[in-house]
Design a protein around this ligand. Structure first.
Ligand code: URA
Length: 434
């Protein structure tokens, strides 16, 4: 077989055969295919797309290109959850304790944030002492004993994805639905869960800017899951505004705790309850409606908040930063951004809110950048709310005060005060199932 012929087929829009895909993935991992030919193939896929069968075989070959994780030592049906990434998305750390308080389990490998979108591992590491490098034995033990365990990538899963992603990043081929779908699903298929729940974010603060693209990505991933024998459900949710009121690692963990105590913002609470109920139902723990009632009860009776503290402590976290912030939290420098006129708060670009938080120190532009866990943006008013001139809209936080000016400039670009209230937008846009 020759790479030249594979390129010629894909450039002409023909679907690759199973044999061609396996030959390519083997060569990619063995390092025998030059980067210029892999890049050319990525561009041909970017331009011509992939057929459904072809994408399923391609994704399966990626999933088998590295280690596959065995979660069989964890009791019950394992449901993995993945978000395509957004601003202020702290759902994993909230729904894990809800699921655990309702008798389910969340054993999850998560990643770090890059660019305007945050990552669960960074949020967790904002709790002093918390470890995200759990050994396999610890991961399994904590999942069974506590009900929630979240670790960084312990195994070298989907090695082909790392190689392909690095080339996509420099060849303007990241933004392709089959390439994104296979990248995400190859890692999910290799991660050992029985079922997969996906939260596809749509809007100005997400990879997918339109509901049409979000739906196409969701459909592609659900089809890949079905063809691999793993029930996969995707929910499409609004990311034209941040989720909740806090953006920034420690601020998000504080907001997660308040949400688990039943005092969180309505949008964040609603999404976490929906996802938790769906995870429990997929794990065979009752109907969606029954699971939803139990999830709501866990917020009211304190059991979910208790699980949250137990989960963080079990991974070595000092939870006094959440429980006693007055004595265990060194407040960073702060700047209040106020409304320049009266009207209704609107978000012009959720992505710019993410960029403001990165400028404040909460995120990284390159993988090597250090993070200021205390940096971030805390909203004092919600999008759609009536505000008066001079009213505080948000507080900017940064340990390094010299970052506040750039953060403010980006934040002001991200927000508007309109004369009329914005049309209300649903949080959950659609649910895509096989
Ligand atoms: N997340 C991934 O893991 N891969 C992509 O290609 C895009 C988002």
């Amino acid at each position: 077989m020759r790479m030249y012929d594979i390129l010629e087929d894909k450039a002409a829009g023909r679907a690759l055969t199973e044999a061609q895909i396996h030959w390519f993935m083997d060569g990619l991992c063995a390092g025998t295919i030059p980067d210029y030919q892999t890049s050319a193939l990525l561009m041909a896929i970017f331009l011509n797309g992939m057929a459904e069968d072809e994408l399923a075989v391609w994704t399966d070959a990626m999933a088998r290109s590295g280690d596959t994780v065995d979660l069989s030592a964890i009791a019950g049906v394992k449901v993995d959850k993945h978000s395509t990434g957004g601003i202020g998305d702290k759902t994993t750390v909230i729904l894990g304790p809800i699921v655990a308080a309702c008798g389910g389990r969340l054993a999850k490998m998560s990643g770090r944030g890059l660019g305007f979108s945050g990552g669960t591992i960074d949020k967790l590491e904002s709790i002093p002492g918390l470890r995200t490098d759990l050994s396999r034995a610890e991961f399994v033990r904590l999942a069974n004993e506590v009900g929630v365990a979240v670790t960084g990538q312990t195994a070298d899963v989907a090695v082909a994805d790392k190689k392909l992603y690095a080339l996509r990043d420099v060849t303007a081929t990241v933004n392709s639905i089959p390439l994104i779908a296979s990248s995400i699903m190859s890692k999910k298929l290799a991660s050992g869960s029985d079922k997969i729940l996906l939260d596809v974010k749509v809007g100005s603060g997400a990879f997918m800017k339109t509901a049409g693209d979000g739906r196409a990505l969701a459909r592609a991933m659900v089809d890949i899951g079905r063809r691999s024998g793993k029930e996969t459900v995707a929910i499409l949710t609004n990311m034209d505004r941040p989720l909740g009121r806090c953006v920034g690692n420690l601020a998000e963990m504080q907001e997660a705790y308040r949400t688990l105590q039943g005092c969180g913002p309505a949008d964040l609470t609603e999404l976490c309850l929906w996802l938790a109920a769906k995870m429990l139902a997929m794990a065979g723990r009752g109907s969606f409606d029954d699971c939803r009632v139990r999830a709501e009860r866990s917020l009211r009776d304190g059991s979910a908040a208790e699980k949250f503290l137990a989960f963080l402590a079990a991974q070595g976290g000092d939870t006094r930063v959440l429980e006693h912030p007055e004595t265990h939290y060194a407040a960073p420098q702060e700047r209040v951004v106020t409304a320049e006129r009266a009207g209704y708060l609107a978000v012009a670009s959720a992505e710019d809110i993410g960029k403001a938080s990165v400028a404040l120190g909460a995120g990284r532009l390159t993988k090597e950048d250090a993070i200021d866990f205390t940096a971030g943006v805390i909203f004092e008013a919600s999008p759609g709310e009536a505000v008066s001139a001079g009213q505080p809209l948000c507080r900017l936080l940064a340990a390094d005060g010299s970052r506040l000016a750039e953060g403010e400039a980006l934040l002001r670009r991200a927000l508007r005060v309109d004369a009329a209230p914005p049309a209300p937008e649903p949080l959950i846009l659609d649910v895509v199932e096989a």
